[in-house]
Design a protein around this ligand. Sequence first.
Ligand code: GLU
Length: 423
Amino acid sequence: MRSPIPDYLAEVLDDCRGGDGGAVADYIPELARANPERLAIALTTPDGATYCAGDADAEFSIQSMSKPFAYGIALLDAGFDAVLAKIGVEPSGEAFNEISLEEGSGRPRNPMINAGAIAAHSLIDGRNAEERTERFRERMSLAADRELHYDEAVYTSELETAYRNIAIGYMLRNHGILDGDPEDVVRGYIRQCSLSVTTRDLSMMAATLANGGVQSATGRRLSGDRAVRQTLSVMMTCGMYDAAGDWMTAVGIPAKSGVAGGILGVLPGQVGIAVFSPRLDAHGNSTRGVKLFERLSDDMGLHLMEVPPVGRSVLRGHDQRGDTHVFGLQGVIRFAGAEAVVREVVEADLPHREVVLDLTRVHGVSDVARRVLLEAVRRLTLHDDKQVTLVDPEGILDDPDAGDGVRPRVIASLDEDRGTPAD
Ligand code: GLU
């Protein structure tokens, strides 16, 4: 069988092909030379499958889509405190090149507008623009799983007309947000924006964020959970310039656009998406790119605020086998799932002493769910005088210390316990 997904993507591209409008960015002369007809889409899953349609291997410059990644690298290199001291996380509701500095502190409002992105670039490890951009290129090559290069023509073209960004650099220097030579930092930022990428590369980068910082094809960890959460949060609130509210309501996934016509979006835990079409709308976002995302979000139910209730689905079943109560759990357990399990245990009013929580089909437990489950184990043992056993072949609850000296017995399968096949 051929997967239906590439055919679906091709169909979506065809449907959105005609809905173009706006104009290619021309304030960077080299971008004005882009072929406006190009159109591409790519999806990458957290386990490394990529699907593409259209011109997904055509290269263009990453531009502002570099901003979330540079911010993530700055968080790793300089640490949260240093980054937050210099760059805020409030949406500015203004255009990308607005100066938007906080009154008094001079802190840029967020890392997705140029002022904040220039400050973020300066916090990447390196003594000068060359070293910082080389570090950026190396990290991004790991995320795309191929060696990337800078587009020299786009870089020099933007540098020649970068008066506004240089002015922003001097403003930041004046407020003590940048140390050292502001022109060196702005040069580095502009080079960072000229990284040459394809739509396929961008979907893999987006999938790395969707996957909590682990590159989905190579399995290599490129960022920490907290840095990814921070990055996605600012993408969600500030990623689409002054259209962030429209985007959140209509599409509802963290995203970032760039003036060369790309948009990347991240649905945490599910998919990284990238689209490319060079003509831009009045906000500076790709016209057809926005349409593609709206369509995907509708068709595929991607909106972050549209989440099916998960609680009950974690409880596979509760039955009594001889003198033992067995609670079968499944899937990924988070707060709502753990609460559903605990409620079932509380309401069941168990007559027998042996209680088994079977975690064989569980493949993830969040921190809060782990605490809720272990606290239930502790109470069952100490208050209700039960004998609790965990069936946990994968060690999902890793070192299940329930506190007050309570350590449930852990076995690899129910058969092991009884010496008979489980029914
Ligand atoms: N390098 C561009 C600039 O600073 C990026 C803008 C964008 O993609 O929004 O003007």
